[in-house]
Design a protein around this ligand. Structure first.
Ligand code: PLP
Length: 394
């Protein structure tokens, strides 16, 4: 146990993806030419019309507190955009604005999970879910999904994992780190299961606008979903706004009211200037989203092609988000590296390529490679990975 810290904080650890980025930055500062394929962050600037809205907000002195739940107009805009994109029918009391999508996830877990409650987290999972559940005193019930099945979440597997203590299931599609999408038929079964067995489905839709195969989809749009589905959304990835810290939560008014109560004693409102920028993002032209998505699609195709050319690496093409999640078990079996964590460390220290080991997502034997990076970084990074692994093979 860490001395002096509360028991709650002693339960959690620093975000491992942020740790890799910090180590890459440290090497870079010491003069190494590091190619960083670890960060889950668009390399595009925030679109100009969004930036201008923020500048106008400053000039108009829109610099005071807003309601803790966010500006009413922005809550309306979130509901409208979700309706336009996915066909849902949320109203203002069912929406709150948060300081990023991570904050929405945190608010929901903190608001609904009691000590001892179980939260089913399909693996591979985004690092924060587990720690947020542990912080709330809950238990993380990890449910592995299979690489051979494209890491698809199967309702039948969820059903088998349910227990009397199950309080919540976290669904993240498109998934970080696998890019897997949620099949609509499986989603419908999950909604039925949640209704009959009485648990919440927390749908993390931070990558919902980045779908390459098929149509964007929200589990919240299914009949009957309004009672059991909670949506955590974000403007970070869709509009290249990671630093602005704007996300949102959608769900039954009573739950949202609980989140607002929590927010009113913690962060209060998200940044007022960023809220005005978000309003422009949601109500303004959407071609910036389409253009970025098409660019990511080209990068995805390139990265997957390059990875498939490397002996010992297996990879499925991600249907969304901006990560490749190649399996490297065949390479590990040759005994040169003990684990994908060791391999990722060697890649960083020996050839200066930062990527995140699968262990960070509860799925050792894999690496996460972000393609939200420039073409130059992708080409250079993949050249280095390919020659490093080829050398090791000889
Ligand atoms: C799956 C997932 N959810 C939520 C977030 C949080 O994004 P933000 O807090 O920037 O909105 C991220 C960021 O990497 C993510 O990958």
């Amino acid at each position: 146990m860490s001395a002096g810290l509360s028991e709650r904080i002693a339960r959690i650890s620093f975000s491992s993806t942020m740790e890799v980025a910090a180590r890459a930055e440290q090497l870079r500062r010491s003069g190494a030419e590091v190619v960083d394929l670890s960060v889950g962050e668009p390399d595009f600037p925030t679109p100009e019309h969004i930036k201008q809205a923020a500048i106008r907000a400053i000039h108009e002195d829109f610099t005071r507190y807003t309601p803790a739940a966010g500006m009413r107009e922005l809550r309306e805009a979130v509901c409208e955009r979700h309706a336009a994109d996915f066909g849902t029918r949320y109203e203002v009391p069912e929406c709150l604005i948060t300081s990023g999508g991570k904050h929405a996830v945190f608010n929901f877990i903190e608001t609904l999970v009691n000590p001892g409650d179980e939260v089913i987290i399909p693996a591979p999972y985004w690092v924060t879910y587990r720690d947020a559940v542990l912080l709330a005193g809950g238990r993380a019930a990890i449910l592995p999904t299979a690489p051979g099945d494209g890491f698809a979440l199967r309702a039948e597997e969820v059903r088998k994992r349910l227990s009397p203590a199950t309080r919540m299931l976290i669904v993240n599609a498109p998934n970080n780190p696998t890019g897997a999408l949620l099949n609509a038929a499986e989603a419908a079964e999950l909604v039925e299961l949640a209704a009959s067995r009485g648990f919440w489905i927390l749908s993390d839709e931070c990558y919902a606008s980045l779908v390459y195969d098929g149509e964007p989809f929200s589990i919240a749009s299914l009949p009957g979903a309004a009672r059991s589905v909670l949506v955590a959304g974000s403007l970070s990835k869709a509009y290249a706004m990671t630093g602005w810290r704007i996300g949102y939560g959608l769900g039954p008014a009573q739950v949202i009211e609980g989140c607002v109560r929590l927010q009113s004693h913690s962060t209060s409102n998200p940044n007022s200037i960023a809220q005005r920028a978000a309003l422009e993002a949601l109500r303004g032209p959407q071609d910036c989203v389409t253009n970025m998505r098409e660019e990511y699609r080209r990068r995805r195709d390139y990265v997957i092609r390059r990875l498939r050319d490397i002996q010992g690496v297996t990879v499925h093409s991600p249907g969304g988000a901006f990560y490749a999640f190649p399996g490297v078990s065949a390479l590990l079996e040759e005994g040169r590296w003990r684990s994908s964590a060791v391999l990722a460390e060697r890649l960083l220290e020996e050839v200066g390529v930062a990527c995140v080991p699968g262990e960070a997502f509860g799925a050792g034997g894999h690496l996460r490679i972000s393609f939200a990076a420039s073409w130059q970084a992708l080409e250079e990074g993949l050249d280095r990975i390919a020659s490093f692994l080829a050398r090791a093979h000889r």
